[in-house]
Ligand binder design. Structure first.
Ligand code: SAM
Ligand code: TMP
Ligand code: ZN
Length: 407
């Protein structure tokens, strides 16, 4: 028997509350011939000490963040605009000192840093996935192809000096060895610097039963309580939080050196809101686990009814999140024969574990199905507007967050 897993932040015991079974790598869009048989047990738990919600079993990082990592941040116009606004905000509020330096963890295709580069500000993106890093470099972004950790941070500090802003979007929650990252940030940060990171918010996941936010790359599911406790362990302090209307609900956390800045009232307000909503309450987490099972069963029932009634079904958006839904629900090409997606990196391949062909979005417009299962529900506004012709032609969108619904 192996030792039971312990919290990767504080070392206390873990209380599992959701078992999503055996899962493939969520971004392993392989050709039909070369699909990987790697599987891991997707089980989610809360720490009985610091409350951090996390995976019980870790997936080796090299399997996920590799040369051909397919996720392109600039694939969504809404996200591109969001990061441009985030960069402008940092440039105006934090970077008006002489020769500031900015570091981004997980800069991907340069969606944020290209604006910092265009403003002539010294910067560095740390990005282990080589192909997306090359895209950033082609836009004038300085990139280092590597995983960020304490050692790398100390090296960068010695060479470049302190960073006024360290930024990370949808990346910190991907890193199990988060203690090394925070120690690195602490070493790298300017005395009046800020570490801003944004990730899917546990409060929103619970409120909307967004169980597809749980997949291999998302190791942590942050709350204001757990982030505040984690920051304190590393001489840092949570000084601001701000909700972001992206990816189904995120929070942007701002950390500074302990005592360097006065925490904004938003921090206490968010803690109070979490207490009221029971975000750290084990009974609430167990109840969430039961709702997930119900929603998954309902989704399969709708797809089976559609098949029985001879209605055609296709999915829209080959998201990483969809791997959890497809594999947990046991949905394959017999229920959903095709997924339309705009990413050239996924087209011509099949969905991981479930083997559904991914084809270019243009095919959707050429031949509408009766029902479109919207896996990219976090981009619903953008997609529904872009595909207005589908609804006009009598097509129905099928969603499962916050509940199973056909409209
Ligand atoms: N920041 C972009 C965004 O929000 O769209 C990209 C997010 S993407 C989901 C996560 C990125 O983090 C990937 O490009 C991945 O290669 C990178 N990544 C994973 N582990 C990392 C680490 N230890 N240090 C730096 N980047 C990492
Ligand atoms: P994400 O949920 O991880 O951001 O992934 C979104 C996926 O949906 C990505 O594979 C691109 C795809 N997509 C489309 O096919 N059409 C669209 O209009 C948008 C916004 C995304
Ligand atoms: Zn803990």
């Amino acid at each position: 028997m192996s030792e039971p897993a312990r919290c990767r932040v504080c070392g206390e015991g873990l209380a599992p509350f959701l078992d999503l079974g055996e899962q493939p790598l969520s971004n392993d869009f392989a050709t039909a011939e070369e699909s990987s048989d790697f599987r891991f047990h997707l089980e989610i738990a809360a720490c009985t000490g610091c409350t951090m919600v996390q995976m019980v079993h870790e997936v080796p990082r090299e399997l996920m963040f590799r040369e051909d990592y397919p996720y392109l941040s600039s694939g969504s116009t809404h996200m591109a605009e969001h990061f441009e606004a985030a960069a402008r905000d940092a440039l105006e509020r934090e970077l008006r000192i002489d020769d500031p330096f900015v570091v981004e963890l997980g800069c991907n295709d340069g969606v944020y840093l290209k604006h910092v580069a265009a403003a002539g500000v010294r910067h560095l993106g740390v990005e282990p996935s080589a192909a997306v890093a090359r895209r950033a470099a082609s836009l004038g972004v300085d990139v280092r192809v590597d995983f960020f950790d304490e050692e790398l941070a100390r090296e960068v500090r010695a060479k470049e000096g302190p960073a006024k802003v360290v930024f990370a979007a949808n990346t910190l929650c991907h890193i199990p060895y988060i203690g090394s990252v925070l120690a690195g940030v602490e070493a790298l940060l300017h005395d009046d610097g800020v570490f801003c990171f944004e990730d899917p918010y546990l409060g929103d996941i619970l409120a909307t039963t967004a169980f597809d936010q749980f997949y291999d790359e998302h190791f942590y599911y942050f709350s204001v309580h757990s982030v505040q406790a984690m920051a304190r362990r590393h001489g840092l302090e949570l000084v601001d939080v701000a909700p972001q209307a992206v990816h189904g609900g995120e929070l942007r956390y701002t950390l500074a050196r302990a005592g360097a800045r006065t925490p904004a009232p938003a921090v206490e307000a968010a803690l109070e809101q979490e207490r009221a909503a029971g975000v750290t309450d084990p009974a609430r987490l167990r109840e969430f686990g039961e709702r997930v099972r119900t929603n998954a069963d309902e989704l399969v029932a709708v797809l089976e009814e559609a098949r029985a009634a001879g209605r055609s079904v296709a999915a829209y958006g080959a998201t990483a999140k969809s791997a959890t839904v497809l594999n947990y629900c046991g949905i394959g090409p017999d229920l959903v024969p095709v997924v339309y997606d705009s990413s050239p990196t996924k087209q011509g391949r099949v969905t991981p574990g479930s083997g559904i062909p991914v084809v270019p979005s243009e095919g959707f417009r050429a031949s509408y199905p009766d029902i479109a299962l919207l896996f990219a529900w976090n981009h619903a506004t953008e997609i529904r507007a872009k595909e207005q012709g589908f609804a006009d032609a009598g097509g129905s969108w099928l969603t499962y967050v916050p509940r199973v619904q056909v409209d």
